[in-house]
Design a protein around this ligand. Structure first.
Ligand SMILES: Cc1ncc(COP(=O)(O)O)c(C=O)c1O
Length: 402
């Protein structure tokens, strides 16, 4: 029998804070009630603040991130259209695969896993595309399989440098609401997110931001679509309703999540993720191990993929951590299966929670015979968290209590 909670350190779904769980613990409600729009219209508006767009529109589909990818593609493109994408991890790969299954012609730039979107190569390919055949450029902002964050603004610059009209599409599934993202400023046309990562909710919503340019592209888009059709959403959302039964409980949770994010302040949310992530990176360095992300410029503040030494299996680390210490770690996926294990550090987390994941990882690695000094990673992360802790005036109240 297991006691206590299983520590959840996969990179999504993430921990759901009690306040959000309670916000969803409601009787079912009427999605056509006259006061429902007062709730939904405000939610659409406030989500724009999270995506940082004024002119764009946000759609909320029942679904997961994969549904969001499909919505982005099918509403704006036609079979045979050319798109430019880089493959450098399981999720950038899966989005390419989805495009190909929809009949798109994907020019794939193969990139070593551990690096991110090669903005310079994209700039060259776009400049060489004199006929402007590329209809879209895909960027996976945070590749969850390898813990790599890419520079979306650099891809916008590459498009602008050759005055290329292709749509800029971003997978923000493991970055939105955790890592800086600026839809308006970066000229992003479509961005896909899911409820189960930075929004700290259960899986079940695909949240998609769409620019006016991308909305206009649907006039000529011939990919078949029904469930994910923006037209049906536009027609009903304008009055605060949905074309089919919305996931009302999750929408209530999303309201509470957006309130939480905006009241903390997005800048603070990003800084908190960075600090938590940096503690994990200090631990990895103290273990003498390396991240899958090859250079600091690629380091992700939401997930660290940690390479295990030759002769060891990263998935075994996760298996031992789960079996012995009630700790869920992320497995290595596809090309990096066995080579890494992952610590997800996004959503509602604090220092001591993350120290437990570092500690459990350390124990599992020691159990498997990996040459790690027990406590070394925990100690390095503790030191960093202590040095960077917010000053708190404990002053007299403590003295008096004693
Ligand atoms: C970066 C990224 N994109 C897309 C997806 C797919 O999302 P979902 O599993 O919610 O369909 C994931 C899932 O982890 C992801 O991490």
């Amino acid at each position: 029998m297991k006691h206590g909670r299983t520590s959840l350190f996969i990179p999504g779904p993430t921990n759901v804070p009690d306040a959000l769980r309670l916000a969803m613990d409601l009787p079912m409600e009427d999605q056509r009630a006259p006061d429902f729009p007062a709730f939904t219209l405000g939610l659409f508006e406030d989500l724009k603040k999270v995506f940082k767009t004024d002119s764009g529109q946000i759609f909320i589909f029942p679904g997961s991130g994969t549904g969001g990818w499909e919505a982005a593609i099918t509403n704006t493109l036609s079979p045979g259209d050319k798109v430019l994408a880089a493959r450098f991890g399981q999720f950038s790969h899966l989005w390419i695969d989805l495009c190909q299954r929809h009949g798109l012609e994907v020019e794939v730039v193969e990139v070593p896993w551990g690096e991110g979107v090669p903005a310079e190569t994209f700039a060259e390919r776009l400049a060489a595309d004199k006929g402007q055949e590329f209809k879209a450029v895909l960027v996976c902002q945070n590749e969850t399989a390898t813990g790599v964050t890419s520079d979306v603004a650099a891809v916008r610059k590459a498009l602008d440098a050759s005055r290329h009209p292709a749509l800029l599409m971003v997978d923000g599934v493991s970055s939105i609401a955790s890592i800086d993202f600026r839809m308006e400023e970066w000229g992003v046309d479509l961005v896909v997110s899911g409820s189960q990562k930075g929004f700290m909710l259960p899986t079940g919503l695909a949240i998609v931001g769409v620019s006016q340019k991308a909305l206009a592209a649907r006039e000529n888009a011939k990919c078949p679509r029904c469930f994910f059709d923006f037209d049906d959403m536009i027609r009903t959302n304008k009055d605060g309703f949905f074309p089919y039964t919305p996931a009302t409980g999750l929408l209530r949770g999303l309201r509470a999540s957006v309130d939480m994010l905006l009241s903390e302040g997005l800048g603070n949310v990003f800084a908190r993720h960075h600090r938590i992530a940096e503690g994990v990176r200090r631990a990895v360095a103290a273990w003498g191990l390396e991240l899958c992300a090859k250079e600091p410029k690629w380091y992700s503040d939401t997930v660290s993929a940690i390479c295990v030494p030759e002769g060891f299996d990263g998935n075994e680390v996760a298996r031992v951590a789960y079996g012995r210490y009630n700790l869920s770690l992320g497995l290595g996926l596809s090309e990096v299966a066995g080579k890494v294990f992952r610590i997800g550090h996004l959503g509602s987390l604090n220092e001591l929670m993350v120290l437990s994941a570092i500690s459990g990882s350390e124990m599992a690695m020691c159990d498997l015979g990996i040459a790690i000094r027990p406590g070394s990673g925990v100690g390095a992360a503790q030191e960093y968290y202590r040095q960077t802790a917010r000053p708190v005036d404990l002053g007299n109240s403590v003295a008096k209590a004693v």
